[in-house]
Design a protein around this ligand. Structure first.
Ligand SMILES: Nc1ncnc2c1ncn2[C@@H]1O[C@H](COP(=O)(O)OP(=O)(O)OP(=O)(O)O)[C@@H](O)[C@H]1O
Length: 318
């Protein structure tokens, strides 16, 4: 389905791919990053490099530390130790909004679309601070009017790409779980990021939208962006990832191209624990995906999706 980036284009030493392997052109380099919660070490990453211009999947069992690691890299949490840089810029200690401004944008496991705002309003938020919010420029409306029109045009363009343009004036709360994932991804693109980090983009997404989401992620790479995503759906990982990083108990335990990593017995052990009867490459459908992830979350999102797909959700025009 996708044009995978050859391994030789990603790593320096193709014959010695170990956790922490040096990349030819890393966009993120993390070193000695750890995070403790009380007595629990949630993240303990010795060294990790994320290749630029490729799609990297971060996989691992529940509680492996994937989301915590995302939070640390993007400034939503602070580590106990460690340094990391993005495009050569040191990000340690930088707050989330500044990280985002530098071009490293993330989405969340549970979407953060603001239900009480319309789809288009959510999109405008993705463009960051707007001149109209500033008291000085607010007085000189003509100065920022053009910029506002530009933002709206860009938002409508992206919504059309994600087939959400007909819902621009609907409240975000009226969208299905899958549509909210699309909205969050579209909103992330408003600021033209270099690195897009997606936390479980497929969780709870109706199978009808799965292919569409896959294509959108592949499209990000075609447009020159780097993608790092956390995912439990191994079919998706196999299909679109150029590179896979495996976390277990806070550490990076393996990395490599999907075909190699998925058949590594150490990964199968770490990932599936006692469930050796489940084939990493043949899980299908929501039911089986739920076996390897938080099934309550999947159930909740599926129910939510059914409950929120209601007609008549247009925002009343003033
Ligand atoms: N704010 C917190 N306070 C205390 N413990 C936490 C906190 N956040 C995460 N943890 C713990 O840290 C560990 C790693 O959690 P994390 O959510 O990063 O794992 P994960 O790999 O993303 O899991 P999942 O696949 O289930 O989302 C878990 O044991 C979790 O309970």
């Amino acid at each position: 389905m996708s044009d995978k980036t050859p391994v030789a284009d990603l790593v320096i030493d193709v014959d010695n791919i170990v956790p922490g392997a040096k990349k030819k052109d890393p966009i993120v380099v993390a070193h000695g990053v750890s995070r403790q919660f009380g007595g629990l070490t949630a993240v303990d990453v010795d060294h990790l490099e994320i290749p630029r211009g490729a799609i990297t999947a971060l996989i691992g069992p529940n509680g492996a530390g994937k989301t915590t690691f995302f939070n640390l890299l993007t400034g939503f949490d602070k580590p106990n130790t460690g340094t990391w840089n993005f495009g050569g810029k040191n990000l340690a200690g930088m707050p989330a909004f500044r990280v985002a401004r530098l071009g490293m944008i993330r989405t969340f496991q549970l979407t953060k679309a603001l239900g009480g705002m319309t789809v288009i309003e959510n999109m405008r938020l993705g463009a960051g601070r707007q001149s109209g919010e500033n008291i000085f420029t607010a007085v000189f409306k003509p100065l920022w009017r053009g910029r506002e029109d530009e933002i709206t045009a860009k938002a409508m363009d992206l919504l059309a790409r994600f087939k959400l343009d007909s819902k621009a004036d609907d409240y975000a709360s009226s969208l299905s779980g899958g549509q909210r994932k699309l909205l969050e991804m579209a909103r992330a693109l408003m600021s033209e990021p270099e690195l897009v980090m997606l936390d479980e983009p497929m969780a709870g997404v109706n199978p009808a939208l799965t292919q569409s989401l896959l294509h959108h992620i592949l499209d990000l790479k075609t447009q020159g962006m780097t993608v790092l995503f956390v995912e439990h759906d191994m079919h998706m990982v196999n299909e679109i990832a150029d590179w896979v990083v495996v976390m277990a108990e806070g550490r990076i335990v393996a990395e490599g191209p999907p075909s190699t990593v998925m058949s590594d017995p150490a990964v199968i052990d770490a990932y599936l624990g006692a469930h050796h009867d489940v084939d990493l490459g043949t899980l299908t459908g929501q039911q089986e995906i739920a076996e390897t992830m938080d099934s309550d979350l999947v159930r909740h999102e599926i129910e939510e999706e059914a409950a929120t797909a209601q007609p008549n959700a247009k925002k009343a025009t003033k």
